[in-house]
Design a protein around this ligand. Structure first.
Ligand code: BTN
Length: 239
C-alpha cells in the first residue's frame, strides 16, 4: 500500500510517533504490516474508524463496526511477551478509568464478566505490531457475541470521545513500553484474575480443569494439573 493523501499524518508532540488515521480498512494490523513492508519506519500507529476484517486471537474475527477503537502500534521488535503485557496493562488502565475491569490471562479485558477489549500481537522480521480493539460506543453486537461482549457505552449509558481514549492509550503505551519488563509484569499480575479453579483452553481444542498456582515471568502457567507453556494457552476460563 502506498501512503496517499487520505492518510492524515499527525506528529504527537508528547510522543515521537507518527499516526495514520484511516476511515476504514480491513485490519489496522495488516495496514501496519504493509506500511512496514513499504519501508515506513517504526514507531508508528495506525487507527481506523472501522475494520472490514478485524482479526482477533486464534484467527477469530474481531467485530469492528463504527464506535469502537481500533489501533495498531508498530514498534521496534521486542519480545512478544513484553508486547502483550504492555498492551494488556495499558488497555486495562484505560478501561479502568471508566469502569472497573480485570485482565483475563493472557490479554482479554473483562468488565462484569464480559469482554470489552483485546490485544493481538504479531511479529514481522524487524518489528512488533500490537493491535488493540476496545469496545467503546457500540450499543449492540451480533448475536454470536451475546453474553460475551460489552462496550463502555453498554456498561454506563454514556457516549465517549474516541480521541480522548486514544490519547490515554498512547500515554499508557508509552509508559509501559519504556518500563523494564519486571516492573510491568508485576503490575500486570496485580490486575490479573484467574479465580480459584479454572479451565485452561489449549491449542488443538484441548481443555484442562485445574487450579492455577502461579504464572511466571515467561507467562508459563503452573497449575495443580501440570505446567503449560504460554504458547499453548488459548485462554483461561474461571470456574
Ligand atoms: C482478541 O481477540 O482479543 C484480540 C482482538 C484485537 C483486535 C484489534 S482491533 C485493531 C487490530 N486490528 C485487528 O485486525 N485486530 C486488532
Amino acid at each position: 500500500m502506498r501512503l496517499n493523501s487520505s492518510f492524515i499524518q499527525l506528529s504527537l508532540q508528547w510522543l515521537p510517533v507518527d499516526r495514520y488515521n484511516l476511515k476504514v480498512c480491513d485490519s489496522t494490523n495488516d495496514v501496519a504490516r504493509q506500511f512496514l513492508a513499504d519501508g515506513v519506519k517504526v514507531p508508528f500507529v495506525v487507527t481506523a474508524d472501522e475494520q472490514n476484517r478485524g482479526k482477533g486471537q486464534q484467527n477469530r474475527r474481531w467485530v469492528s463496526e463504527k464506535g469502537g477503537l481500533y489501533t495498531s502500534f508498530a514498534i521496534e521488535k521486542i519480545d512478544p511477551r513484553k508486547a502483550l503485557v504492555s498492551g494488556a496493562l495499558s488497555v486495562h488502565s484505560v478501561v479502568s478509568g471508566y469502569v472497573p475491569s480485570i485482565i483475563r490471562f493472557p490479554n482479554d479485558i473483562i468488565v462484569n464478566g464480559l469482554k470489552i477489549a483485546g490485544v493481538l500481537v504479531e511479529q514481522t522480521v524487524h518489528a512488533t505490531i500490537i493491535g488493540i480493539g476496545i469496545n467503546v460506543n457500540q450499543n449492540c453486537f451480533p448475536d454470536e457475541l451475546a453474553g460475551v461482549a460489552t462496550s463502555l457505552s453498554m456498561e454506563t449509558g454514556a457516549v465517549y470521545n474516541l480521541s480522548e481514549i486514544m490519547s490515554r492509550l498512547l500515554g499508557f503505551m508509552k509508559d509501559s513500553l519504556s518500563s523494564p519488563y519486571e516492573h510491568i509484569f508485576n503490575k500486570y499480575m496485580q490486575s490479573i484474575f484467574y479465580g480459584k479453579g479454572c479451565t485452561i483452553h489449549l491449542s488443538g481444542d484441548r481443555r484442562i480443569k485445574c487450579r492455577i498456582e502461579r504464572i511466571d515471568v515467561d507467562l508459563n502457567v503452573h497449575t495443580t494439573s501440570g505446567d503449560f507453556a504460554f504458547e499453548d494457552i488459548v485462554w483461561i476460563e474461571s470456574a
